[in-house]
Ligand binder design. Structure first.
Ligand code: ATP
Ligand code: ZN
Length: 224
């Protein structure tokens, strides 16, 4: 279903939301984010924003339901690998890596255990929200393991006796330390990215996307 207005999906609430609002504002897109709406219309450009959970953004793009999206590469890659495994649409165009949302996906283990490499994870149970990225990484190292899927509180899994190790997002490492864990292996480095659906765009939308991209480049360069 194509619309005349450019549809951009961004996270409604969370670590990417504020920076997305800021970026759009600096690009000259006027939006009133007050209220609790799923869709907000830009006041000065033919742009509609869809405010959703970040987990939904890769699928919305891969199914061609929205035109653009801002998403963490970790979430994007996890959904892509899941869709590849299921044989579902999994393509997108990466327009630009952005300058926020930086984090890494790492395996962490008990701080008192030694770690000599991925082989030490063989036969272990690893709690994670990112089973597909983890499997992709450890398959390449030829390490067999099992997972414990958790959508939250991953870092308490070892202490709770649910898993031997975890694979979770890290930015400072403070959460790991607070839970008696240490970072053993970085498996994926992530930032927020601007992505586009596959397929054709009419001339007006193409021009608008070009204009937005130019402005985004300018905004990022101005901060460097
Ligand atoms: P939602 O309610 O939209 O599902 P969420 O709880 O899944 O939100 P957030 O915690 O808001 O997600 O994180 C969104 C993204 O921010 C992450 O997927 C990641 O790309 C990025 N990020 C940056 N730093 C961190 C961090 N320290 N911990 C977690 N995510 C981070
Ligand atoms: Zn999420």
């Amino acid at each position: 279903m194509q619309t005349e207005r450019l549809r951009i999906a961004i996270q409604k609430k969370g670590r990417l939301a504020k920076e997305c609002h800021e970026l759009l504002k600096r690009c000259g897109v006027k939006i009133n984010f007050s209220g609790d709406r799923l869709i907000v219309h830009a006041e000065n450009m033919p742009i509609d924003l869809l405010l959703v959970r970040d987990d939904d953004i890769p699928g919305l793009i891969m199914d061609g339901v929205v035109d653009l999206g801002v998403i963490g590469e970790n979430e994007l890659e996890e959904v892509r690998l899941e869709r590849v495994a299921l044989g579902e649409p999994n393509e997108y165009v990466k327009l630009r890596r952005l300058d926020f949302g930086g984090c890494r996906l790492s395996v962490a283990i008990d701080k008192d255990k030694t770690y000599n490499g991925p082989q030490d994870l063989a036969g272990k149970r690893i709690a994670t929200t990112y089973p597909n990225i983890l499997k992709d990484y450890l398959d390449k190292q030829d390490v067999k393991f099992s997972t414990c899927m958790l959508n939250g509180s991953v870092e308490v899994a070892p202490r709770a006796g649910l898993a031997d190790a975890i694979c979770d997002l890290v930015s400072t490492g403070a959460t790991l330390e607070a839970n008696g864990l240490k970072e053993a292996e970085v498996i994926f480095r992530s930032k927020a990215v601007l992505i586009q659906r596959m397929g054709e765009f009419d001339a007006d939308k193409t021009a608008l996307i070009e204009r937005l991209l130019t402005r985004i480049k300018g905004v990022i360069q101005a901060k460097e």
